[in-house]
Write a protein that binds this ligand. Sequence first.
Ligand code: NAD
Length: 358
Amino acid sequence: MKKQITVLPGDGIGPEITSAALRVLRRIEQKFCHKFNFSFSLIGGSAVDVCGSPLPQETIDACLASDSVLLGAVGGPKWDVLPPEMRPEKGLLGIRKAMNLYSNIRPARLWKALSGASPLKAELLEHGVEITVVRELTGGIYFGKRETLEDPTLGPTARDTEQYSAFEIERITRIACELARKRTGRIISVDKANVLDTSRLWRKTVHAYAAANYPDVSVTDMLVDNAAMQIVKNPAQFDVLLTSNLFGDILSDEAAQVTGSIGMLPSSSLGDGTRGLYEPIHGSAPDLAGTDTANPIATVLSCAMMLRDSFSLSEEAAAVEHAVDAVLEEGYRTADIFSAGMKRIGCMQMAELIAERI
Ligand code: NAD
């Protein structure tokens, strides 16, 4: 199979983790006789430095012309002083919008070898953790109208607007229902319907759409404050967790930590077709940039998601996941998941070992 992959290394640890992940993809290419053509484009702070924009038009064009996109991470203190339109995060939100990637899937899985790395007590992890967060990605408060103003009576004031249409809620519900069908058939939909109008529309629409189109899938509701508590109290109760852009952003980081480290969690962002954007859920970790200590596994597992979800290469995706499992079982650890008695290694060596075990 021949595929064109656009790589957006981005900022901070982005270049290190993407180059580690490409080592693994090259091994897949060689072992399974595929041809992956990689091209590189700028995004985030590095694009601001070179082109004066966090999302140059050439980057959008390259992504739209490829079969899939691999992204590292964007952002860093160097660019925090820039006006909102020039901030690296604008590049990330912009590419998701330009590719119409409205669904973000973030599987938080507790790897057996890493159960000691979870901050939760062993008895809370007895039944494992396998939470798949399905987050709406191109609507809600991150894309609503916002302004900062000088109110005559209140002084400096700012507002952000959360907006959802039934259409946006229905299409993300469809993604969650399709996923639930392949798993336990259960969805927990998270909102704040006791306070927010958008959440009341969310709840009504999710139930109506699922009942009409997926009668075999059960949907229960949970308020976001309770969900935040339940994820650390009883993580095994969650399978598919469906939620909005803002709540999904926050709850998936919490779920990540339950599984040991944010450095382990991949994600896929998809729209209506098979072309997706794959990235680790973590940020650019400026504190680790250039030290070869970042954990590349989230990015490597994002590549496994790309192989399965964009290219329908299930065997190849499973080979990557088994190799990650093998390396962890053998006791190799990057600093973020290190514990006494384990073998501490860097970012590139972790990728090398994973590639060797494929
Ligand atoms: P972060 O995810 O970059 O880092 C949070 C903590 O996790 C840090 O201690 C970091 O060292 C650690 N960490 C993150 N990835 C790791 C990895 N692969 N291996 C080991 N440890 C890892 O979040 P932050 O510190 O809040 O943000 C840093 C920058 O990243 C900011 O500019 C922020 O805007 C940006 N950001 C980007 C994205 C993205 O590109 N998708 C997401 C979140 C934050």
